[in-house]
Design a protein around this ligand. Sequence first.
Ligand code: 9UX
Length: 68
Amino acid sequence: MKTIEVKGMSCMHCVGSVEKALSGIEGITEVNVSLENANATYKETSPVDAEKIKEVITKIGFEAGEVK
Ligand code: 9UX
């Protein structure tokens, strides 16, 4: 599993938006977004560029941190 920091989420709707957006990226599965931890965990079924993930998060209005 990989983890990416997601800043700016303040409710469960935000969490749902991020989950939906990340799940829509090819190569990403098992997305789990935590409001409490301000991050998202996911599994890569094929290599995904971290920049692509950050771009998707930014586009829907949140701030993306580092992938760990
Ligand atoms: Mo509700 Mo979460 O407006 O931004 S969707 S706080």
